[in-house]
Design a protein around this ligand. Structure first.
Ligand code: FMN
Length: 378
């Protein structure tokens, strides 16, 4: 069922926040980035708000100058597996860079998360920056390798996810037939960077396979993502940029032979909202007061009373600059405020759901069920 006529919402849970100083707020647990209780609480709250997904960003190499969250955080698939047991409908999206991991392992991890969560997993298949090559024994590679590597990686993972057709497993105790081996397929992929035979030892989930997201800006990114991505992250700082990027990207998706409706534009937004403009301003001032003198914090553009913020969201959504709002939280009450104050206004406007439409992430996002490449269409 297509339900993309409605806005989608996700939340990036960044532990103590995606900034240097938000962790100092009296209401922010200083260990939030390594607290399973914190993540469970946020995921449950986001599910109460009928959000489409919890999304985790990632980092592949660190130093003392990184934001506190990046210095001490969970690995994505591991924490999302825990969250899958504490939730029932919300999607679970992990960022795993293709520059450092191994495609067979990622295909297996993500397919497992997809089964464990009953069809709620998504993979953000980014390149990340080249710094991580030093952590993953890939110093012989350089920045120029990252997108060619990304292309092969995604092709392999998608191929491995089709290892079994949907009716491959018979599991008939009487006859003793476990598998219809004609419905099991090897991949035998031979690339410049990877060589993978397959098959993968896990079958498809109720949503077929995890949803694929990507994030980037370059020509190489566009070329690959227009073929594979079902959602792309966009820097949400500037409306005109997001809208132009969205238009350009949709054209590429059409050129790649796909329906542009099967692609979600997902700008990231840090939102500060209050019951009134004054209350929003007070929350902003709280964040400023936590920062050292001379440290500049930009006022978020989705800022103000619930009505002001909801109108802005509606504008971005209606004009094609945003299909899915990806919220980031700096202020410790940011997500709660959004759910309590903005979600009811969006529901009243008729652009956001009151109940989940589906049990799977794909179903809620209005994305089509991907047919297994080996299954003959009757
Ligand atoms: C909106 C957005 C989100 C990103 N999120 C991450 C991230 O969570 N972790 C990371 O290592 N890199 C992240 N990146 C960096 C990309 O993976 C990529 O390395 C970078 O954009 C350079 O590629 P490009 O030249 O195609 O833009 C992000 C990039 C964009 C545009």
């Amino acid at each position: 069922m297509k339900n993309k006529r409605q806005l989608k919402i996700g939340v990036i849970v960044d532990g103590v926040g995606w900034s240097y100083n938000a962790w100092r707020h009296p209401n922010m647990p200083a260990n939030a980035s390594e607290s399973v209780d914190f993540y469970v609480k946020k995921a449950k709250r986001a599910e109460e708000g009928k959000f489409d997904m919890v999304f985790l960003a990632d980092v592949s190499h660190i130093g003392p100058g990184n934001i506190p969250h990046y210095l001490s955080m969970f690995e994505g698939v591991t924490i999302l597996s825990a969250l899958s047991m504490a939730t029932s409908h919300i999607g679970l999206a992990a960022t795993i860079a293709t520059s450092y991991a191994d495609p067979f392992t990622v295909a297996r991890q993500m397919a497992s998360l997809d089964k464990i969560s009953n069809g709620r997993a998504a993979w953000n298949a980014i390149t990340s920056n080249p710094g991580g090559l030093a952590n993953y024994s890939r110093r012989h590679l350089s920045k120029d390798d990252l997108y060619p590597l990304n292309k092969e990686f995604i092709e392999i993972v998608e191929g491995l996810w089709d290892s079994y057709e949907d009716d491959a497993f018979i599991r008939d105790k009487k006859s003793g037939i476990f598998l219809n081996s004609r419905k099991m397929h090897s991949l035998n992929y031979r690339g410049e960077y990877f060589s993978v035979d397959g098959p993968l030892n896990i079958s498809r989930s109720s949503q077929g396979r995890p949803v694929i997201f990507q994030a980037g800006t370059s020509e190489m990114f566009m070329k690959i993502a227009s073929k594979h991505a079902e959602g792309i992250l966009v820097n949400g700082d500037d409306y005109n940029y997001a809208r132009q990027f969205s238009e350009e990207f949709r054209k590429r998706v059409i050129l790649a032979g796909r329906d542009p409706e099967d692609l979600l534009i997902m700008p990231t937004q840090h939102v500060i909202v209050g019951r009134t403009e004054t209350e929003a301003e007070e929350k902003f001032q709280e964040l400023i007061s936590l920062s050292p003198p001379g440290y500049h914090i930009r006022k978020p553009q989705f800022f103000g009373s619930a009505e002001t913020v909801a109108d802005m969201i509606e504008h971005w959504y209606q004009t094609g600059a945003m299909d899915l709002l990806l919220l980031r939280q700096e202020h410790p009450s940011g997500i709660d405020d959004f759910i309590d104050l903005v979600v009811p206004v969006l529901q009243e406007k008729g652009i956001f759901r009151r109940e989940y439409e589906s049990q799977t992430l794909r179903g809620n996002l209005g994305l089509p069920y991907p047919q297994n490449r080996y299954t003959q269409v009757q």
